[in-house]
Design a protein around this ligand. Structure first.
Ligand code: NDP
Length: 304
């Protein structure tokens, strides 16, 4: 039987450690603070940001939710970021993506003080990660490593194959695995004979954004499968392809008209050695790692 890598339990463990850290800082008069910037009314973003603010409250961090209107300009956002960079009670700045089309997202992310860049998107943090120096690391990739380590999945010497090379998931995951002494192969849309490479993986990380893209024939028996993908499917045909005969999923699909599936076909999990489920896997680590990064930023900024 494959081992299920339980994101909920691992995230809870990390949050507990963060809460302990926050209590220790509070005893010294330091309350780590997160400023969350949510532009306009994107329903999914509103849900994410609300969860992040709630997590701050749960763990004893301060938070400030700033909600500029949809019509905000790049210049207005830059002056907001300058104010947040200067505020001593703000240790972490989070700019929820996506931003409206008229706002230059890259310019904004580059304007965040790297020491407050708790999403780890600033080029300075990307460079530090590349160089193996202390950095604020993007939350989802950091969560992938935490899942593997806390589940006692060996990384050193293993062949890790990462499918996807985005700046926010694929590349940082690959670097983190490399720093843990994995032999790393990065694949992308131009990779030739992808299944031949994914079948060599001891650890396969899928960060593609295509429902069930990694099929059982692309996986070797016993591999560890880490599924970063979050895809909502609504078509019955697609649902049947992955979940036909699964009563629990069927009930969810009937109730909501959609279910979430990762980038790995759930049938591939059956032949794996261990896997992260979707939902219930990597996705749950992202907020825990954001909290952890905010506390880390609070400490680093004070030289602790
Ligand atoms: P991007 O769209 O930025 O990147 C997707 C990557 O997949 C690209 O590098 C692309 O290659 C590659 N790819 C696309 N099609 C193929 C193909 N046919 N064969 C091989 N590679 C392919 O996505 P993200 O990295 O932002 O996100 C990936 C997934 O992770 C999504 O499902 C997203 O929802 C999820 N996600 C989950 C998070 C969480 O909290 N759990 C957080 C962030 C993302 P190329 O570069 O050549 O185009």
């Amino acid at each position: 039987m494959p081992k299920v890598l339980d994101g909920a339990a691992i995230a809870a463990g990390i949050k507990q450690e963060v809460a302990e850290d926050v209590r220790a800082l509070a005893a010294r008069g330091i309350i780590p603070g997160l400023a969350a910037v949510l532009v306009g009314h994107v329903p999914a973003s509103e849900i994410y940001v609300r969860s992040k603010v709630q997590a701050c409250a749960d763990l004893g961090l301060a938070s400030d939710l700033i909600t500029p209107p949809d019509s905000v300009t790049t210049e207005e956002m830059l002056s907001l970021i300058a104010r947040l960079n200067a505020r001593d009670d703000v240790d972490g700045i989070l700019i929820q993506l996506p931003l409206p089309a008229q706002v230059d997202a890259k310019t904004l992310l580059d304007a965040v003080d790297p020491s407050k860049d708790v999403d780890g998107f600033h080029p300075v943090n990307a460079g530090r990660l590349l160089a193996g120096r202390p950095a604020l690391v993007p939350c989802t990739p950091a969560g992938v490593i935490e899942i593997l380590k806390r589940s006692d999945i060996p990384i050193s010497g293993r062949h890790a194959v990462v499918v996807g090379r985005s700046d926010i998931v694929g590349k940082p995951v690959a670097l983190l695995l490399l720093h843990q002494n994995a032999t790393v192969t990065i694949c992308h849309s131009k990779t030739r004979d992808l299944p031949a490479i994914t079948r060599q993986a001891d650890i396969l990380v899928a960060a593609i954004g295509r429902p069930g893209f990694v099929t059982p024939d692309m996986v070797s028996a016993g591999a560890t499968l880490v599924d970063v993908g979050i895809n909502r499917i609504t078509a019955r045909e697609e649902f049947d392809r992955f979940f036909k005969g699964n009563a629990r999923r069927e009930a969810a699909f009937e109730k909501r008209g959609s279910v979430v599936v990762g980038d790995i076909d759930p049938r591939a999990f059956e032949i794996s050695g261990a896997y992260t489920p979707v939902p219930g896997g990597v996705g749950l680590l992202t907020i825990a790692m954001l909290m952890s990064n905010t506390v880390r930023a609070a400490k680093m900024r004070r030289g602790l």
